[in-house]
Design a protein around this ligand. Structure first.
Ligand code: 2BA
Length: 107
């Protein structure tokens, strides 16, 4: 079994949640915050059989859009520099981590 973590934009969270549930995946949603933009995103935890991981990732890919967001201004203490200019970063579709599950139990 695998545990998949998928970080998606909040605006895609409902669509991702619906399609995964409709396709028989069990899903836990966590409210999370990106360390760079410091804005909310959604982290999905999905435990599934090895042979469904590719299908799962494809469903997430199809329902997670790439977006441009304005990054906050960052101070650099090392160089004592400060940027006033807002800059854009590309966010998503989704950031996905796949990990092994050593043991899975429902008690
Ligand atoms: P954030 O940390 O808020 O990052 C939002 C976007 O800002 C990133 O999009 C990336 O384009 C940019 N970015 C992030 N860190 C940066 C940095 N140090 N310098 C310049 N630009 C930076 P994505 O890569 O699509 O990531 C979306 C969200 O997924 C992230 O939100 C974070 O919550 C999560 N994430 C991405 N990569 C991760 C990783 N290696 N480990 C843990 N979480 C990750």
């Amino acid at each position: 079994m695998k545990l998949v973590y998928a970080i998606v934009d909040n605006d895609d969270s409902k669509a991702v949640s619906s399609v995964l549930t409709q396709n028989g995946f069990s899903v836990t949603k966590l409210a999370s915050t990106g360390g760079f933009l410091m804005s909310g995103n959604t982290t999905f935890l999905i435990c599934t059989d090895n042979d469904r991981v590719d299908e799962l990732i494809e469903l997430i890919r199809q329902h997670s859009r790439k977006r441009n967001r304005i990054a906050p201004q960052h101070n650099s203490y090392e160089t004592r520099s400060y940027s006033n200019a807002p800059s854009e970063v590309s966010v998503g579709g989704a950031t996905v981590f796949v990990t092994d599950i050593e043991r899975f139990e429902k008690l």
